[in-house]
Design a protein around this ligand. Sequence first.
Ligand code: NAG
Ligand code: NAG
Ligand code: NAG
Ligand code: ZN
Length: 664
Amino acid sequence: MRPTSFAGVALFASGAFAQYYQRLGGCPSLGCVFPPDQADFLPGQRFDIRLEVHSPVNGSEARTGAPDANFKFTIGRKGHEGVDVTEFFDIEEPELERWSFSWYEDLFAEDAETPSLVDVTSKAYRRVALYEPGEYEAILTYYGEEQTVANWLVRDVPKKRRAKNVVLFVGDGMTTNMITAARLIAHKSINGKYQSKMQLDKFPVLGHQMTHSMDSFITDSANSATALYGGHKTTVNALGVYVDSSEDPFDDPKFELLPEIFRRQHPNAGIGIVSTAFLADATPGALAAHTSDRGEYDHVIGAFLEGLTDHEWTKWGGPDVLFGAGAENFLASEDAPRDYYQLFTDKGYTLSLNKTALDAVTNEERALGLFSISNLPTWLDRNVYQSNLKDQENHPDGSGRDAEDLPGLKDMTVKAIDILDTRRREEGWFLMAEAASIDKQMHTLDYDRSLGELLELDDTVRATIQRLEELGVLEDTLVIVTADHGHGFDVTGAVDTDYLAKQEDDRDKRRAIGVYANSGLSQYTVAGPNALRYSEGVHFPARWDPRYALHAGTVAFPDHRENYKVHKEGPRTPAEEGGDGTYYASYKDAVTGFLLNGTLATDADQGVHSLTDVPVFAQGPCQELFGGVYNSNDIFFYIAECLGLAETKGGDHDHGDGHCDPKY
Ligand SMILES: *[C@@H]1O[C@H](CO)[C@@H](O)[C@H](O)[C@H]1NC(C)=O
Ligand SMILES: *[C@@H]1O[C@H](CO)[C@@H](O)[C@H](O)[C@H]1NC(C)=O
Ligand SMILES: *[C@@H]1O[C@H](CO)[C@@H](O)[C@H](O)[C@H]1NC(C)=O
Ligand SMILES: [Zn+2]
């Protein structure tokens, strides 16, 4: 989801930076360098450079004259004289590009519909790389004496490979608070002591990652996934690129992503992608796509199929395994006429459209599996309130039937490991598995469904470790479980849902909330009418509808009603459009509940991401790298280090595609 705005104070003097809206993220001055100041690179990582010079025609920064067409760009080791970029990389001078764009400086300008207009000159240098670790200075000189300096760091990453395989679990939107709540509803406790623990609780190493994006302190899943897989923090909605100011969503400066580097160096390395989201969504998509607009779904699926056509290094050949949902982006449609089922099958992929077929599919071939038209139904609907699977018309064959034979994250992940191990035991493999609906259900304030997804992730991690052990590869496999950002969720007590339902007045209903001593103990682990359906060796709640329910909430939400009861009839829709383009509490969402006035703008129909650091659990080779507090993009560098992907000149890896021949 695109984060909704926060209140900000915008101060505009010429050259002052904007907060709420920005002329161009990462470029507070009129000369822009991408990769920007503070960018980090893996030695040998391919990337593009985009330079822009802005001439604001009007607005607070207005200047007279055209944008500079003769800007200079030099690169050098820090402390040394820089040389022209063309000499530094031994590349041709590209053509000068020109365009204009407009933007709003603040909400007053937006209300008045007076955008500021900016003329731009630009150049892009494609597919370069830096091999020698150290600090570099990239300097754009424009309008005579003006300079924008970008300090770049090529990290000194050890080259020795320490792990054969990497499994990266992404609990989308998952925070420590959610893990604590999931533990409370699924694990029995006696006198304050848990009798069992979550799989996550058993990891030897725990760290915290700071999820801030390059140009905003709240990230979305595109931006954050790009940091995890590409080592560069970028802008909201961007996949595998920095965002330039041009309109074209495909000309932005790219950087090489983990699967691309891994396959370029090890053509027989395996790549697996699993998600409970539609596969064109940001967290899976960021492993392959390069676009400033995560909504370019056809581009994302095309990138899975064949890589991109304009960059040699993006032709990494596609994943061995692609399991998830979102058949709508694979089926031919008016907007996207390609039949991807056919195209993937033509490339040798097996195709599974239900769990039975998934279980039966050979481990020898590449595999595509799609199990629903859009996102996969949640764990709670698949396992507890199964009548919600009816009348969904979500069969991945596009026939309009219901998809009823559905796998979960665990089924898809364990099968993916079997395939990767069978096909790629020699050179090793990388698997990303995403529990997407922790986030999606948090957005719609459906905390029960979100925690169900989190417990499914925990169960999947447990099953993964067990499978790796059975295959004899656990010792060689780095397992990481983390998130891409959080939501402001927590639990503050328990609610007597019976008492709440019986009160007439909204203010009286709130007396049902018990805090501190009155929060009592978790009733979710106590057998009731729905009990024990999911207790065979795994830890899920014994019941989801106790009288004393969690008093749970988030810090940012639309108008909605709350009765704190599990939504047995299907996922929540807390707010509905009121005919005036804004959102109001849905009465039928929580008939017995009370009204909470929203804390977000009235055009928000759901909750948003939050600032919190998110946890990182690690075990296996290189586990020690993941302790402590670090940036989201450090995770890319730690995985790359563990897989030995750093590439210095004359080093272990042949980087020869003819174009990357830098001075260093
Ligand atoms: C800038 O110029 C454009 C095009 O003439 C116009 O539409 C816009 O309202 C102007 N903006 C301001 C802030 O004056
Ligand atoms: C699952 O898919 C297989 C292979 O396409 C098909 O033969 C089978 O009928 C499907 N089963 C269900 C329950 O839809
Ligand atoms: C919600 O806001 C409305 C005004 O928009 C106000 O009349 C009402 O009292 C508020 N209710 C609560 C529960 O705060
Ligand atoms: Zn989200």
